[in-house]
Design a binder for this molecule. Structure first.
Ligand SMILES: [Zn+2]
Ligand SMILES: [Zn+2]
Length: 82
């Protein structure tokens, strides 16, 4: 998955200057805030499904992870680990 630009780089001139085409090619849309996010700003979060007790993971943007917004994502189904 690739993204046309990165919302976090766009708000940070230092990060924007370091952004490479590969960062965008390997970026993805944050499943929590739906902002396009480059590879450098994606962070892995983990949870356990309440029904199966299986662990799973996904990548969210750095801002959502730092502010714990991802923990509201489908929280009825998921016990958050990180
Ligand atoms: Zn970025
Ligand atoms: Zn996000």
């Amino acid at each position: 998955m690739s993204v046309p630009h990165c919302a976090l780089c766009d708000s940070n001139p230092t990060a924007k200057a370091q952004q490479t085409p590969t960062d965008l090619l390997e970026g993805d849309y944050c499943p929590v805030c739906h902002q396009p996010t480059c590879r450098a700003h994606l962070r892995i979060v983990r949870w356990r499904w309440k029904t199966t007790r299986q662990t799973d993971s996904a990548q969210v943007c750095e801002r959502c992870k730092r502010t714990y917004q991802h923990r509201y994502w489908d929280s009825a189904q998921r016990d958050w680990i990180s």
